[in-house]
Design a protein around this ligand. Structure first.
Ligand SMILES: Cc1cc2nc3c(=O)[nH]c(=O)nc-3n(C[C@H](O)[C@H](O)[C@H](O)COP(=O)(O)OP(=O)(O)OC[C@H]3O[C@@H](n4cnc5c(N)ncnc54)[C@H](O)[C@@H]3O)c2cc1C
Length: 366
């Protein structure tokens, strides 16, 4: 058997594993990322819509994590562009959440108030104000709330940029083989098994998305991170008809800089099945055409699915119970693109000094 060594082995080359590798490698920590696919970022991190939302609706301290991560994006985007020449296409044009009736209005206006109380900006708009911003929105809306701090990125480019940046800092990538086992000594993991190789490290990070629970089970510490399938539909309108992300009726519409429009996403707890379905596609197209009737004329480009890592109170960040050198960084569910920068930073701080700048206790794996 061949053997490799690193300070930290990261299992999983999605956006979370690559963000951690990038932050650690910036601090001269030697890192090996092990990814079962032949490239990084082929799973949820490729499939995601790339929305950076300031209004993920959950209780503190989760919004604090979101706020901190969103705030990191502008600097990270330019730092990584300088380092790798990859533009992650960060666009901070806001989200417009439209509503059609009184019940939806109550929910959204309440959400806007809670967001403002937590330090974000939100603006309640009349239908006329909404149409001034986005003329393609249906004339049957009853109003909208604008969350101007929201943005979006091209997540596949973000993963590639983080991996390239980490690699330039010295991180190594072992691609094309899964981790299939661990070698333990008391409360420490000392090696992982990858094909016919064992890789030795002082610390291990499990960042394997919705497969993370399978790996923790190999360590007799089952953590329930499960797949939540999401379907996306890609359309094209030329010229582009939206400036900003629109959401409503349970879907979102994301305009990309290349004239494509992304509709997303279903939430289906159906195991590891990634088959796109007519029902899922129909659900999004029907809602999109109610929000913006003009979309009925757009060109259908393609559809795809991805598996979000769902954890009941996610994300799940911290040392695995019973192990002094195994960290779990998973369960980011619908917000893994948003939360990648802060996750990378906090997990790197945890591993280097055991003192992350934001407390990870509320997110500890249990
Ligand atoms: C349709 C859809 C829309 C989304 N939209 C958004 C959005 O707009 N904004 C947002 O913030 N988030 C969004 N998300 C969520 C976001 O994409 C995820 O939270 C994020 O990508 C999770 O990243 P990850 O690195 O944990 O997982 P993944 O990207 O799934 O990466 C895990 C990696 O681990 C590898 N792996 C697994 N097991 C092993 C093993 N044994 N050995 C080696 N490697 C292994 C896998 O091959 C994979 O590459 C969306 C997700 C989906 C599916």
């Amino acid at each position: 058997m061949n053997s490799k060594n690193a300070d930290v082995v990261i299992i999983g080359g999605g956006i979370i594993g690559c963000a951690i590798a990038y932050e650690l490698s910036k601090q001269n920590v030697s890192v090996i990322v092990i990814e079962k696919a032949s490239r990084v970022g082929t799973e949820a991190s490729w499939a995601g819509a790339g929305i950076l939302t300031s209004h993920a609706s959950t209780h503190e301290p989760y919004p604090e994590l979101c706020r901190a991560s969103l705030a990191m994006y502008p600097n990270l985007a330019s730092e990584i562009k300088d380092k790798t020449d990859i533009d992650i296409e960060l666009i901070r044009s806001g989200t417009l959440s439209v509503y059609f009736d009184e019940t939806e209005a109550l929910g959204l206006v309440g959400l806007a108030e809670r967001r403002v109380n937590r330090g974000f900006t939100a603006e309640v708009l009349t239908p006329e104000q909404t149409w001034q911003l986005e003329p393609a929105v249906s004339k049957s809306i009853a109003g909208a709330v604008l969350f101007p701090e929201d943005g979006h990125v091209r997540n596949p480019k973000m993963v590639t940029a983080l991996a390239k940046g980490a690699s330039k800092n010295g991180a190594r990538f072992v691609l094309g083989n899964a981790v299939t086992g661990f070698v333990r000594e008391n409360e420490r993991v000392v090696r992982v098994i990858v094909n016919s190789e064992t890789i030795h490290a002082n610390n291990f990070v499990i960042a394997a998305g919705c497969w993370s629970g399978q790996l923790t089970s190999m360590l007799e510490c089952p953590i329930s991170v499960s797949p939540a399938k999401g379907q996306i539909v890609l359309l094209e309108t030329m010229p582009p008809i939206f400036q900003r992300t629109i959401d409503g009726l349970g879907i979102y519409i994301v305009p990309r800089t290349d004239g494509k429009i992304l509709l997303g996403a279903t939430v289906e707890h159906v195991g590891y099945d990634k088959t796109p379905t007519l029902e899922g596609v129909k659900q999004m197209i029907d809602a999109a055409v109610v929000i913006a009737p003009e979309l009925a004329e757009s060109k259908f480009v393609q559809t795809w699915t991805g598996l979000r890592p769902y954890y009941r109170s996610g994300p799940c960040l911290g040392y695995l119970p019973g192990y002094e050198n195994v960290v779990l960084a998973s369960g980011h569910y619908k917000n893994g693109i948003l939360l990648a920068p802060i996750t990378g930073k906090l997990i790197a701080e945890l591993l280097i000094s055991r003192k992350p700048s934001l407390s990870l206790e509320p997110f500890a794996p249990v």
